[in-house]
Design a protein around this ligand. Structure first.
Ligand code: FES
Length: 58
């Protein structure tokens, strides 16, 4: 499933990046080689990042 239509960014790729790297969704987008454009996805993306990190044992 796509989390960001503007960048054709998949949720699974955002989740995988969130497990390995610090920062908010926008920072992770940059790591994935994209930049927010319309920004409509960022709230959901930040929620996915937080959800993914809370699921990983410290
Ligand atoms: S849907 Fe992600 S920047 Fe537009």
């Amino acid at each position: 499933m796509y989390i960001c239509i503007c960048n054709a960014l998949r949720e699974k790729d955002l989740r995988a990046t969130a497990r390995c790297h610090a920062g908010d969704a926008e920072t992770l987008y940059n790591r994935l080689g994209c930049r927010p454009q319309c920004r409509q996805c960022l709230e959901d993306a930040d929620q996915i990042v937080a959800e993914e990190r809370s699921a990983v044992p410290a």
